[in-house]
Write a protein of this length. Structure first.
Length: 94
């Protein structure tokens, strides 16, 4: 049974020291990053540790952070249009 876990997050799947941007040990089986990673593709792996030693690293997993706001297409009301709002409610649709 593991006492701790070593988590590594890197910018490449090779995990060479210059590419590792997060390396932390936790006694939980999860980790919530509080650091801004920025946009990009990232790779992560974890290793179990206890008093007898350490396991091999897990298989490498990948995730992507995309901070680009989505494009919104306005559907109605059409542009330009004159609406008398006293007759009915205006429904904005996108």
């Amino acid at each position: 049974m593991a006492d701790d876990y070593l988590l590594q997050v890197a910018t490449t799947d090779q995990f060479v020291p210059i590419d590792v941007i997060v390396e932390t040990t936790t006694n939980q089986n999860f980790f919530e990053s509080i650091n801004e990673l920025g946009e990009g593709t990232f790779y992560w792996r974890v290793q179990a540790q206890n008093t007898l030693g350490q396991s091999a690293f897990s298989s490498i997993q990948q995730f992507e952070i995309d901070l680009t706001p989505p494009q919104i297409q306005l559907i109605s009301p059409l542009n330009p249009i004159l609406i008398d709002s006293s007759d009915f409610p205006i429904l904005f649709d996108w």
